[in-house]
Write a protein that binds this ligand. Structure first.
Ligand code: NAI
Ligand code: MG
Length: 490
């Protein structure tokens, strides 16, 4: 049984070079039930269990997906192991052809992926359409290009794939994170078992269908669904050579403990509490736009979100006034509406987490600002929120909220900005807004963050490495550096 959802007449008019192909399918097909994708077949789970995935914008059940238990994980790892010798020995240019094919098929079905991504996770359709899906295709294109050039990436070194990679991804960028994980792994000659997050499994299952259509050899990519227990079974499986994880710092720590003393390699991309710093010499309107994008993009469910704003004291009043004015214009509501800027919070649990932080701010007596626009009756929504004059010691300045909540602080000097921005257990990203190139360069060196953006924020490109310092994790994804996590380099 499949549901057919008709076109939504979306217009895909983006500049992005990997946007939907003109012939991109008009139909969105969602099955009532999804099995596990193991050895290039859809197989029923040995657990016999299925769980529901809902649409957070209206709380309706969209579909059911299989819950993989230990023996299902074992079957997926065995399929990947069996596929490894052949796949890793395939001439690299042949491997590349399969990866290019995946990229092209994502483009062809971009509309369908965008609609499902928005329905299953709550993100605005314009973001799924213009960012998530085109970037996912871009990652496959980019790493397909590396497959037969690894000797140039690591000149005079011997490189070998690791083997079977276990990959666990979060719910904030479901298809994009699948692409970040699968594309480099395949390009380097590994086989994979991927587990999507339990609230957003549907685009991964669509990707499984696409991989089947692309004719990848059996078992090269296996996709299994389930929650934390399934993830833990994958991490603990003795025949996994590598774990790639994106998610909470808490689970990242559990994974590190679980693999300590084993041969398993790991890359962990964890939480963040990133600083966006505006200097008085910046183009203020442009900076305000960047701050809004930095924290409200994808409802603030972004590991590198600019969730702490540092404003130089002399421009505090102007920046805060402009931020409030901009909040008045943000449209919060139905993710499938093309005009929506801020969609639904991904899950009830995440909404509760965010609301608990709003209460903390209230209890601390912080001044705050929200525009109480009308929200849909059902579904999980949160008004974009600003908190002013937040103390460095406040939990709002220290902890990852992962929602549309901005903690605003001020500074006087460059050194004070650097000191405050670095005063966090995290180190994923930072943004600097200034007219002075020298200041931007100075800060990019001094800020302890894996990515530093100058006069922009949340810009992603497959050619740039992404990853953290400190409790934001280790290893890099994207770029040439992203190959290293999937190779033995001698
Ligand atoms: P989570 O870390 O529990 O979930 C991420 C993925 O890990 C999911 O696929 C989940 O099924 C899996 N997982 C959970 N427990 C596991 C275990 N013991 N072993 C292996 N895999 C496991 O994140 P959650 O609970 O959904 O969100 C909690 C907080 O984590 C958020 O409020 C946010 O602060 C942070 N987070 C950060 C993300 C990032 O991109 N850095 C993404 C998602 C959440
Ligand atoms: Mg869902």
């Amino acid at each position: 049984m499949t549901k057919k959802i008709n076109s939504f007449s979306l217009k895909f008019d983006t500049d992005w070079q990997y946007a939907a192909a003109p012939e991109s399918s008009e139909h969105v097909e969602i099955k009532d039930k999804y099995d596990l994708f193991i050895g290039s077949k859809f197989v029923q789970p040995k657990s016999k269990k299925y769980f529901e995935t809902i649409n957070p914008s209206n709380e309706e059940v969209i579909s059911k997906v299989a819950e993989a238990n230990g023996s299902d994980v074992d079957a997926a790892v065995s399929a990947a192991r069996k596929a490894f010798p052949k796949w890793s020995k395939l001439p690299a240019k042949e491997r590349a052809k399969y990866i290019f094919r995946i990229a092209r098929l994502i483009q062809e079905r971009a509309r369908e992926f965008a609609v499902i991504e928005s329905m299953d996770g709550g993100k605005p359709i314009k973001e799924a359409r213009d960012i998530d899906i085109p970037l996912a295709a871009a990652h496959f294109f980019y790493y397909a290009g590396w497959a037969d050039k690894l000797e140039y990436a690591f000149p005079h070194r011997k490189v070998e794939p690791l083997g079977v990679a276990g990959q666990i991804i979060p719910w904030n960028f479901p298809l994009l994170m699948a692409a970040w994980k699968i594309a480099p792994a395949l390009a380097c000659g590994n086989t994979v078992v991927l587990k999507p997050a339990e609230t957003t499994p549907l685009t991964a299952m669509k990707l499984a269908e696409l991989i089947q259509d692309a004719g990848l050899p059996d078992g090269v990519v296996n996709i299994i669904t389930g929650a934390g227990q399934t993830g833990a079974a994958l991490v603990e499986h003795p025949d996994i050579d590598k774990i790639a994880f994106t998610g909470s710092t808490e689970v990242g720590k559990i994974i590190q403990k679980a693999i300590a003393g084993t041969k398993k390699k790991a890359t962990l991309e964890l939480g963040g509490k990133s600083a966006n710093i505006i200097f008085e010499d910046a183009a203020i309107d442009q900076a305000v736009e960047g701050v809004i994008n930095g924290i409200f993009f994808n409802q603030g469910h972004v590991c590198c979100a600019g969730s702490r704003l540092f404003v130089q004291e002399s421009i505090k009043e102007e920046v805060e006034r402009k931020l409030k004015a901009r909040l008045e214009t943000l449209i919060v509501g139905d993710p499938l509406d093309k005009n929506t800027d801020v969609g639904a919070i991904n899950s009830k649990k995440q909404l509760e987490t965010i609301e608990a932080y709003l209460k903390i701010g209230e209890k601390e007596g912080l001044e705050s600002f929200q525009v109480k626009s009308k929200l849909p009756k059902k579904g999980y929504y949160c008004h974009p929120t600003l908190f002013f004059d937040v103390a460095q010691s406040s939990r709002l300045a220290q902890e990852e909220i992962f929602g549309p909540v901005l903690a605003i602080q001020t500074f006087r000097t460059v050194d004070e900005a650097i000191e405050k921005a670095n005063n966090t257990p995290y180190g994923l990203s930072a943004g600097v807004w200034t007219d002075k190139g020298s200041k931007a360069f100075n800060l990019s060196v001094q800020l302890k963050a894996g990515v530093v953006w100058a006069n922009t924020f949340n810009k992603f490109d497959p050619t740039s490495p992404f990853g953290g310092y400190k409790e934001s994790g280790f290893g890099r994804e994207g770029g040439l550096q992203g190959l290293e996590g999937y190779l033995k380099v001698e």
